[in-house]
Design a protein around this ligand. Structure first.
Ligand SMILES: [Zn+2]
Length: 391
């Protein structure tokens, strides 16, 4: 089996406290060796075993590949003018999604797949080696089915966002839409997805409707995740905890009781500061969540309406500057936190036995991800042991 040794790593983030300092398990002057898919050795550069291929990193930093747990890539069209109008003062409501639903329904499978491919490639070049992908811009049985099938060509982490907003033909009849989703859409789409998701928000779906959708998904073998508490305080967080969701995402408007519920649960709070940035929504209180012991992940939430970015480095910079997370907390959230939000133990770290997903930076440490905002620092990306991108 061919092996690769990354040597002369200035700062190595392992996310394994047994392998180095602090929660990130940081080592200096380190090396990582992997075979064709898996990390097999981590240690001092001077002690690295011989490998078939050697990569001298010249003091660069190496991290686990980013784990992107929240993206909406199956869509057509763009909403640049809506963004410009919002920046000029018009507030964001849940209804803008309908613009993308219209464009997505009108697109061919090939056009939708090309859009996913383009954004997956963009994510990879920004360091994301695992990318979850949601449906949610079809909102008919046929359009959601083709959305999850297309997403499945690019990732194993496919989410059926069956209830994103009530589509135009169900205006004022959200209960009827939910009944159709539960009876028809979920049974047909579930074999092509791992996760069931719902947008629990004013203007989208209320607690009972969201509960019905998630319960139907669970009955068909899907695991729940929830869009909750993005624009207002609401029932999303409590519902996610009650149903054992892997993650509740956004969490920008929460009560003390919500934080307590999350802290006592296995549900990860996935923060999406790119969406708050692009909508001028208030940022989540990351400090309150972290200080209460909640597990926090970071996602980019790539979508054409409210966060048209695939860059987790950008989100790390926002998390540090505006959410007051430390650089170490933000890097952990975008790697190990993401892995927990996807209930994966084989990614989000660099220790023997995990998948060989690693990124090298044009910088001596991971701190530069926040210290040098907007600068494309990702110099190399290995996915499953293969060099998938190099500057
Ligand atoms: Zn979303």
């Amino acid at each position: 089996m061919p092996t690769t040794a990354l040597t002369d790593i200035g700062t190595l983030v392992t996310n394994d406290p047994a392998l180095g300092d602090g929660p990130l398990g940081i080592r200096r002057d380190a090396a990582v060796v992997f075979d064709d898919k898996t990390v097999v050795w981590v240690g001092d550069s001077a002690a690295a075993p011989a490998a078939d291929t050697g990569v001298d990193l010249g003091g660069r930093a190496v991290l686990p590949g980013f784990v992107e747990t929240h993206s909406h890539l199956v869509f057509a069209g763009d909403r640049a003018e809506e963004f410009a109008a919002r920046m000029a003062g018009r507030p964001y409501g849940a209804g803008g999604i309908r613009t993308t639903i219209e464009a997505t329904r009108a697109a061919t499978d090939e056009q939708l797949a090309a859009n996913v491919a383009r954004l997956m490639d963009e994510s990879l070049r920004a360091g994301s080696t695992t990318v979850e992908c949601k449906s949610g811009y079809g909102q008919t049985v046929a359009d959601e089915l083709r959305s999850v099938v297309i997403a499945g060509r690019f990732t194993d982490e496919v989410t059926l966002l069956a209830a994103h907003v009530p589509p135009p033909e169900y205006a004022g009849r959200a209960d009827d839409y939910v009944a159709m989703v539960c009876a028809e859409m979920i049974p047909l789409c579930a074999p092509h997805a791992r996760w069931i998701d719902v947008f629990c928000e004013q203007g989208a779906f209320d607690r009972e409707q969201a509960h019905a959708v998630l319960s139907a998904g669970i009955a068909h073998g899907l695991v729940p995740r929830v869009h909750g508490n993005q624009l207002h305080q609401g029932p999303g967080v409590q519902l996610a905890v009650e149903l054992g969701a892997a993650s509740v995402d956004h969490v920008a408007h929460v009560s003390a009781a919500d934080i307590d519920a999350l802290a006592g649960s296995e549900t990860v709070a996935t923060l999406l500061p790119g969406a708050d940035f692009c909508t001028r929504n208030s940022y989540p209180d990351a400090r309150a969540l972290l200080d209460a012991g909640v597990t926090v992940a970071l996602g980019a939430d790539c979508n054409p309406g409210t966060s048209y970015t695939t860059s987790l480095p950008f989100c790390i910079a926002l998390a540090v500057r505006d959410l007051r997370m430390t650089p170490d907390e933000a890097v952990w959230a975008a790697t190990a936190g993401g892995a927990q939000a996807l209930r994966r133990t084989d990614i989000g770290a660099l220790r023997p036995g995990v998948r060989a997903d690693a990124i090298a930076l044009d910088a001596p440490s991971h701190l530069h991800l926040a210290y040098r905002p907007g600068v494309p620092l990702i110099s190399q990306v290995w996915r499953g042991g293969v060099l998938a991108y190099s500057k």
